[in-house]
Ligand binder design. Structure first.
Ligand code: BCO
Length: 565
């Protein structure tokens, strides 16, 4: 791009001035990481400078709407001064110090971006969570992370209040709402009087920046920790070649603030390229609002889960004239070739699928300009060397199914998560020989394109959500009707796969009306854990298939669901 040759201004924390081209070189393993790096100071503030000198077009950095007539547009300069005020709120009245962990449970509101950048400026470790989290989920997160602060919106107050006495490390509750609440500091009030003077801390490139909770087959979600550079520099190529962004672009990435996809598409990849991040605060996803938004606003780039495209192609898309849309992306779950075709026929636009995961970001992608093979996730992306390996860590030839793995390098590579916090066993379990194993099975063809086969473990990928069966089974067992259950994936035409629970009933519930009991159990799970995990299918069974040692054979049930023998 035009920008890649331009030099970023020397900032206080770097030994030498860095350019966007230098960030690319780091991703291509042609140059090593700088000792210090801070996304706010070294990227955002540089774009703010470029705005002043006219080197960046007059395009907002953040453009937020809520469909009710409210709108926020911030330039990089405004984002800079507002996030400095937010940084002063976090360090002064909230009393937070560099390295402290902050749980941020906010919907898609501009303050999420402000708090995010304020954490970067102050060296606080940002832990995003979806507002679908229940009291039990929040308790686990606050205790496991020893979070010092929770930043939440009004709807989250009851859940936090019900568990806060069990969180001895929590010092501060910060409320983002026009209303005040006893025991909570008010972000808007403190923000109003906070100073806009703040010096960005000199964070080390490998200093922790964020923690994402991620589900596995067993146990509670693990804390995948990312560094300043893994997130802050690691998405340079992704922004340029997969998202195809320039500073004139406006990207709408639909992902909820709780997922790393929000960080990738609505913070790092986009702002590295100086593009405008568009946000629509839809309380509930709705296809009509979605399509109206694309016809109303000059959005050039769209990124959404395959489930959303599956919902959209049910509509008569030819009726809509999208204002400026030119590039469409998808990821988080496998995309069907038919949906890609339908989208193209109806809109004239290709759909560029990417594949990745919370721990390591984007692994494969159909990059702009590359031939798309419908149904494939594209080719491995730099800096990764993506291979298919067997159970002993040997590389398999094209056409052979195995586990999708990333070759380890002396720098791990740098854009990997640093560890699962306090869980060295699970961190070590991701390594097999010279490779990081993703837990996904796939095939590479002779042209180097990767094809997703399924999970190697029992994790369920539904509507782009990664759901651990154990979390759903733990919620179900709390209900008096459930003696035991097994939770597996089941095919679904819209959501790709959905959560299905096989339930053995306790004696008093054996004669219950199955439809009524199904609704009751679904409702129970929605209250016990984040609602997106609830079993959309429930089957009552007399017993569950088990091994001789009594372990439930989820694979037998799953294979049956998918019609496999
Ligand atoms: O479908 P139902 O109506 O039966 O249930 C929905 C909600 O109504 C319900 N719910 C939500 N809040 C509730 C509640 N029920 C009771 N009380 C509450 N407070 O729970 C269900 C939630 O399901 P959903 O979130 O799938 O809802 P929806 O509206 O169908 O949304 C569809 C999608 C496609 C917009 C949504 O599923 C979605 O956003 N999916 C994408 C997820 C994503 O971004 N994944 C990326 C992860 S990061 C990654 O993959 C790494 C890549 C590098």
């Amino acid at each position: 791009t035009k920008l890649s040759g331009q030099r970023f201004r020397k900032s206080h924390q770097l030994g030498a001035p860095l350019t966007l081209a230098d960030f690319e070189a780091i991703n291509r393993c042609e140059r090593s990481l700088p000792k210090n790096f801070n996304f706010a100071g070294d990227v955002l503030d540089q774009w703010s400078q470029k705005e002043k000198t006219g080197e960046r077009p007059a395009n907002p950095a953040l453009w937020w709407v809520n469909g009710k007539g409210d709108e926020v547009k911030w330039s990089f300069g405004e984002l800079g001064s507002l996030s400095r005020k937010a940084a002063n709120v976090l360090t002064k009245p909230c009393g937070l110090e560099r390295g402290d962990r902050v749980a941020v449970i906010l919907p898609r509101i501009p303050e999420w971006w402000l708090i995010n950048v304020a954490c970067m400026r102050t060296g606080l470790v940002f832990m995003p969570g979806t507002t679908q989290l229940t009291a039990k989920d929040i308790l686990y997160r606050l205790r496991a992370s020893k979070a010092k602060c929770v930043v939440a919106s009004e709807e989250v107050i009851p859940a936090v209040e019900s568990i806060v006495s069990e969180c001895p490390d929590l010092k501060t509750k910060l409320l983002v709402s026009p209303h005040s609440q006893n025991g909570w500091l008010s972000f808007p009030e403190l923000f109003q009087t906070a100073s806009a003077e703040h010096s960005c801390v000199e964070t080390g490139s490998q200093e922790p920046m964020a923690i994402y909770f991620t589900s596995g087959t067993t146990g509670s979600p693990k804390m995948a920790q990312h560094s300043q550079s893994s997130l802050g520099i690691g998405y340079t190529l992704c922004g340029r070649y997969w998202l195809d962004l320039k500073s004139t672009d406006i990207i709408w990435n639909m992902s909820d603030t709780g997922w790393i996809k929000a960080a990738i598409g609505s913070v790092f990849s986009s702002w590295l390229q100086g593009a405008c991040v568009f946000v629509h605060r839809m309380a509930q996803f709705d296809t009509d609002t979605f399509l109206d938004t694309l016809t109303t606003y000059p959005i050039t780039t769209l990124c959404s889960a395959p489930t959303v495209y599956r919902m959209l192609v049910q509509k008569d898309l030819k009726r809509y004239k999208f204002k400026k849309l030119r590039h469409c992306l998808t990821g988080g779950e496998p995309l069907n070739a038919e949906v890609l075709e339908q989208w193209k026929v109806q809109t004239g636009l290709e759909l560029y699928e990417g594949y990745g995961q919370t721990e390591v970001g984007i692994i494969c992608a159909n990059q702009k300009g590359q031939e798309i093979k419908p149904g494939s996730m594209g080719k491995g992306v730099l800096p990764y060397d993506v291979q298919i390996i067997d159970e002993n860590g040997n590389i398999l030839p094209p056409g052979k199914e195995g586990e999708i793995a990333l070759r380890l390098t002396s720098t791990r590579p740098f854009c990997f998560f640093s560890e699962y916090v306090d869980n060295p066993e699970k961190t070590a379990a991701t390594i097999r020989g010279n490779f990081y194993v993703t837990g996904d099975r796939g095939v590479m063809d002779s042209d180097g394109y990767f094809w997703f086969v399924g999970r190697a473990d029992d994790v369920i990928i539904s509507s782009g959500y990664r759901i651990g069966p154990f979390e759903v089974e733990s919620a179900l067992i709390e209900h008096p009707a459930v003696v035991e259950s097994a939770v597996v994936s089941s095919p679904d035409p819209v959501r790709g796969e959905v959560v299905k629970a096989f339930v053995v009933l306790s004696a008093p519930f054996k004669s219950s009306n199955p439809e009524k009991l199904t609704l009751e159990l679904q409702d129970h799970v929605k209250k016990s854990t984040a609602p997106y995990k609830y079993p959309r299918k429930v089957e009552f069974v007399k017993e569950l298939p088990k091994t001789i040692t009594g372990k439930i054979k989820r694979n037998v049930l799953r294979d049956h669901e998918w019609g496999r023998t």
